[in-house]
Design a protein around this ligand. Structure first.
Ligand code: NDP
Length: 322
């Protein structure tokens, strides 16, 4: 089968299309015939070694497809079932292994591309809005990269929960998308200072929560946007890693809360994964959560997809098709 592999960490030049044997599922695993592959920022961290993975490995964590073979002991799935997962062991391939515990059935009302497009970023938006800082009517949230994959979904979920959303984006085109997703106020951070704008838009009070996936370039400003005892959920590092912080800063800036959450810790049990997945798949199926599939690429163009997602040119979701 064809797969996108990495034999050494580095720049995009280490990403290669290779021919490898189709894997056989071990106990507890399912072999999935991949239909659509979600491109996620994390692949770049795996590729450049920021998040170490034993080499060589097949890139990718998110895919949808149909069940092709069951490992010993797996009885919850049948050959041909439509499935999706955000914990695939090498999603950038024609076939991929998935632990059965991390696999979800796709409802008949949803096509496999939609399922792959919403799954990982949708689960992320879900845990941020419902659990990390459970939003409620009257809350105000600042969402960075609001026209991005996670950002468009998080904006919609925050509005679903009745919160007011201030969104930051880099271009007028992205501003229009953030507004379509429900953002109440959009800050073009390339034209105006997002801290000053946030203060102005909250009459000096600050927001209850900042959802920050940008990291290095936004972190200090994000802290400055919070009301006393507000919470910063730093969930990504699209602009680079945040340098070490002297914790007294949290006190000085208003007895702030800071968390660095990750999806795995918000899908700790099968019940938690199923409950979040059921919500997002049902909302996509009934049209109340819109997924923007910006672009699809053939599997062989994985390098281009990885370049595009880090170049700030993209909005919504990118998919690879094997
Ligand atoms: P996005 O579609 O949001 O793409 C990244 C966006 O970040 C860009 O489009 C850009 O938006 C903004 N950005 C700002 N500065 C930079 C920069 N220097 N370089 C690149 N982009 C920049 O990607 P995803 O939705 O796939 O992921 C968003 C983030 O969320 C990533 O950091 C990812 O690692 C993280 N994540 C974390 C998870 C978790 O559980 N912790 C799970 C899933 C994703 P603009 O042009 O508007 O500034």
């Amino acid at each position: 089968m064809k797969a996108i592999q990495i034999h050494t960490t580095g720049g995009l030049e280490v990403v290669h299309l290779v021919e490898i044997p189709t894997p056989t599922p071990a106990p507890g695993q399912v072999l999935v015939r991949v239909a659509a592959i979600g491109v996620n920022y994390i692949e770049n961290y795996h590729r450049d070694g920021r998040y170490p993975v034993p080499l060589p490995f097949t890139l990718g964590m998110e895919a949808s497809g149909t069940v092709a073979a069951l490992g010993p002991g797996v009885s919850d799935f049948a050959i041909g079932d439509p499935v999706v997962s955000a914990a695939v062991l090498g999603a950038y391939a024609e076939y991929a292994l998935v632990p059965a515990a991390q696999l979800l059935r796709v409802p008949a009302s949803l096509d496999l591309r939609q399922a792959a497009a919403v799954f990982l970023q949708g689960l992320t938006a879900h845990y941020l809005a419902f659990s990390t800082f459970p939003l409620k009517p009257g809350d105000t949230a600042l969402i960075h990269a609001a026209a991005g994959g996670v950002g468009l979904l998080l904006t919609q979920m925050a509005r679903r929960l009745g919160a007011r959303v201030l969104a930051t984006v880099s271009t007028p085109e992205k501003a229009a998308l953030a507004r379509q997703a429900g953002a109440d106020e959009v800050i073009l951070y390339t034209h105006s200072d997002f801290v000053a704008e946030t203060r102005r838009l909250t009459s000096g009070r600050g927001v209850d929560v900042v959802y920050d996936s940008v990291g290095k370039t936004t972190f200090t400003g994000s802290l400055d946007c919070l009301r006393p005892r507000g919470l910063l959920a730093l969930f990504g590092a699209s602009s680079g890693a945040v340098p070490p912080l002297d914790l007294i800063e949290l006190s000085r800036k208003g007895s702030l809360f800071l968390t660095r959450p990750t999806l795995g810790h918000y899908t700790l049990t099968r019940a938690e994964l199923e409950s979040r997945a059921a919500d997002i798949l049902a909302w996509v199926a009934d049209g109340s959560l819109r997924v923007r599939m910006e672009h699809t690429y053939p599997l062989a163009q994985a390098r281009q997809a990885l370049l595009d997602i880090t170049s700030r040119r993209t909005t919504g979701k990118l998919l690879l098709l094997p």
